[in-house]
Design a protein around this ligand. Structure first.
Ligand SMILES: Cc1cc2nc3c(=O)[nH]c(=O)nc-3n(C[C@H](O)[C@H](O)[C@H](O)COP(=O)(O)O)c2cc1C
Length: 162
């Protein structure tokens, strides 16, 4: 027998699983540079180096990310709530220049993060109402310094201590 799972309680329960926050960024002719805030980021494999994130099929950037053959995962630092909110809103592109760092080829990179991973699209999988996008890491940078991450827990932004 399958129990019916209340989606609100599902969200609340998964909200107990604290995560970091990343912004996945890419570039196309229509939008220029664009990005989406995600906390579904997971590393998948070391050899080859694979990561995944899940994107809602109803997200306005769903088609753009499905088509993106390169994208970057930017790992947000403590204090970057504004960047997270920005890329979780409808204004995913055309942002003020101060948000962006030097791009990697055509792929946009965000300023002030803990680091980034440049990925080539590896595979797409169906995942219920989301698409699972798996990327192969082709370059990466961990920024120097002892910055802390931006944490997401119980639907709120946190630091490591709060
Ligand atoms: C902390 C946080 C994590 C999120 N994680 C994801 C995610 O993993 N996948 C996803 O599709 N949307 C995620 N979202 C929602 C998107 O950032 C965005 O708000 C949503 O796709 C709505 O975009 P739209 O209004 O352009 O359709 C997250 C939002 C926040 C604030």
């Amino acid at each position: 027998m399958t129990k019916t799972i209340d989606s609100h309680i599902f969200r609340q329960t998964m909200g107990c699983f604290a995560t970091g926050i990343a912004v996945v960024t890419a570039h196309n002719d229509k939008f220029g540079a664009f990005g989406l805030t995600v906390n579904s980021l997971t590393s998948v494999s070391l050899d080859p180096p694979l990561i995944l994130f899940c994107i809602d099929k109803n997200a306005s950037l769903h088609a753009a990310f499905r088509r993106a053959d390169r994208f970057a995962v930017n790992i947000l630092a403590a204090g970057q709530e504004d960047v997270s909110r920005h890329f979780a809103s409808r204004h995913h592109h055309g942002q003020p220049k101060k948000i962006w760092d030097k791009p990697q080829g055509e792929t946009p990179i965000l300023r002030g993060t803990l680091g980034w991973l440049l990925c080539r699209r590896h595979k797409l999988y169906a995942g219920g109402d989301h698409t699972i996008i798996v990327g192969e890491v082709v370059d990466l940078r961990k920024r120097p310094g002892a910055k802390e991450p931006l944490v997401y827990f119980h639907g709120r932004y946190r630091g490591l201590e709060s």
